[in-house]
Design a protein around this ligand. Structure first.
Ligand code: NAP
Ligand code: HSE
Length: 434
């Protein structure tokens, strides 16, 4: 049987997962592809580290160049993360005409166009199924399965760490910090985990999905990003009372006008009746609305050793078949199409809102706040004021009708300056999925 020799850069959570999965299911992969994939070299930082996978010492090196430039290595998997050495290693491999697999969404987000151009220039390819939504084959679905669809909307729970934290805060009343430490221990979180909890990892992934859906590579600086640090037990509780669950959602929506798209990541109130509200723990889900297919849902583990290894193995499958057939660029990593496009500034995007204020409980406060919303032409759909104690601070919750984000932010800035409003107002968008 034909053999393809694989070099892996990185032997951490994902690298170890890939090595293990190949030991476990390599024969199955070979019988399906007609090609035996053999791990030739693995680069790590520390040779003495105890690893989840039993990688033979003879394969290990601390120099990624010994992987990339090894003449035996035909296919390279970059699984170290970061945007410096990873970029250098991928460019070096592509320059040698070697196909590369990466799980590195931060790198693709920042330098995707440069890497795709290099793959094209040197007649090879870059594969990145593991970069979005762990084990869910969403890249393949968008590029191949939905090739005949315009994607009118896409909503993704694409960060396993945040979903794990929000789920445990809701279901167990668990403390944010303790749950984050568990996510790190389980290998879900990025290094540093701020990338997860501040929404940047989800933005990298949402940008990749938006680019594939709309045909122009999204500039990550244009994505409006909010993380989950400011979400409190109170927000989760009141959202629950109103029939919603808070999820960190990547949103990609086609807007009126020529190729204008909303691309954003923010905590969102999802109605409990919507399927995305039931996506719990480390699970991810991507909801896609195509103009031909209608609504589709993809669900699976979004992070961790095995789920991500499964996606890397899928790319290994594509890459070895392309090598075997000689069709190295059968489906290039990214093909611009349809739109040259623009990401709409968040101020122009229309949403509904949940607003939580901490106010002094005294007569006239509610009226003053309602006046500011009224003057800003933002309608209130409901108000909750739990019984408080006269003169003390109490939460005050508003559900607001549709308004532009610009108008909502301006109104809240005015409200936050009222002497009776204590601390920073919390504003969470509400999605109706209509
Ligand atoms: P990780 O556990 O921190 O592993 C990183 C690995 O890279 C380690 O083995 C480290 O060596 C090695 N490494 C770092 N710098 C190196 C260098 N200069 N030369 C050689 N080896 C180097 O990270 P991970 O969770 O596996 O993530 C890897 C990539 O997959 C990232 O791009 C991440 O965003 C992406 N990803 C992760 C997940 C997940 O659930 N973890 C899911 C999807 C995508 P040592 O072991 O010796 O320190
Ligand atoms: N840190 C990422 C997450 C890993 O939690 O989703 C998977 O990409």
């Amino acid at each position: 049987m034909q053999q393809v020799k694989l070099g892996i850069i990185g032997g951490g959570t994902v690298g170890s997962g890939v090595y293990d999965a190949l030991q476990r299911n390599g024969a199955l992969v070979a019988s399906r592809l007609g090609v035996n994939v053999v791990v030739e070299r693995v680069a790590v930082r520390d040779l003495k580290k105890v690893r989840a996978a039993k990688i033979p010492k003879t394969l290990l090196t601390t120099d990624w160049r010994e992987v990339v430039f090894d003449p035996q290595v035909q296919l390279v998997a970059e699984l170290i993360g970061g945007t410096t050495i990873a970029r250098e290693a991928i460019l070096a491999a592509l320059k040698l005409g070697k196909p590369v697999i990466t799980a590195n969404k931060a790198l693709l987000s920042a330098h995707g166009e440069e890497l795709f151009a290099a793959a094209k220039k040197y007649g090879t390819n870059l594969y990145y199924e593991a970069s979005v939504a762990g084990g869910i084959p969403i890249i393949k679905a968008l590029r191949e399965g939905f090739v005949g669809n315009r994607i009118n909307a896409l909503y993704g729970i694409v960060n396993g760490t945040c979903n794990y934290i929000l789920t445990r805060m809701k279901l167990e009343g668990a403390d944010f910090g303790a749950v984050l430490a568990d996510a790190q221990r389980l290998g879900y979180a990025e290094t540093p985990p701020d990338l997860d909890i501040d929404g940047h990892d989800a933005a990298h992934k949402t940008g990749i999905l938006a680019s594939l859906a709309h045909g122009f590579w999204i500039n990550p600086k244009k994505i409006h990003v909010e993380g989950i640090r400011h979400i409190s037990a109170l927000d989760i509780k009141f959202a629950g009372e109103l029939g919603y669950t808070i999820k960190l959602l990547g949103t990609v929506k086609k807007l009126e006008g020529n190729c204008r798209v909303q691309v954003s990541v923010y905590p969102t109130l999802v109605p409990n009746s919507h399927v995305l509200a039931s996506v719990n723990g480390v699970f991810n889900a991507v909801f896609v609305r195509g103009d031909v297919v209608g609504d589709s849902l993809f669900y699976g583990r979004g992070a961790g050793k095995d789920a991500t290894a499964s996606a890397v193995l899928s790319d290994i499958g594509d890459a070895v078949l392309d090598l075997k057939s000689g069709a190295k660029n059968r489906l290039p990593a990214f093909v611009p199409h349809e739109c040259s496009g623009a990401v709409a500034p968040i101020e122009e995007v229309t949403s509904q809102y949940f607003v939580r204020l901490n106010v002094v409980d005294k007569p006239g406060v509610l009226a003053r706040i309602a006046t500011i919303f009224g003057e800003s032409n933002i309608g209130i759909s409901s108000v909750i004021q739990p019984e408080g104690h006269e003169g003390k601070s109490v939460p005050l919750i508003f559900m607001m009708h549709y308004a532009t984000n610009g108008a909502a932010m301006k109104a809240l800035a005015k409200i936050s300056k009222l002497p009776s409003v204590k601390g920073r107002p919390v504003m969470i968008r509400v999605e109706s999925f209509e």
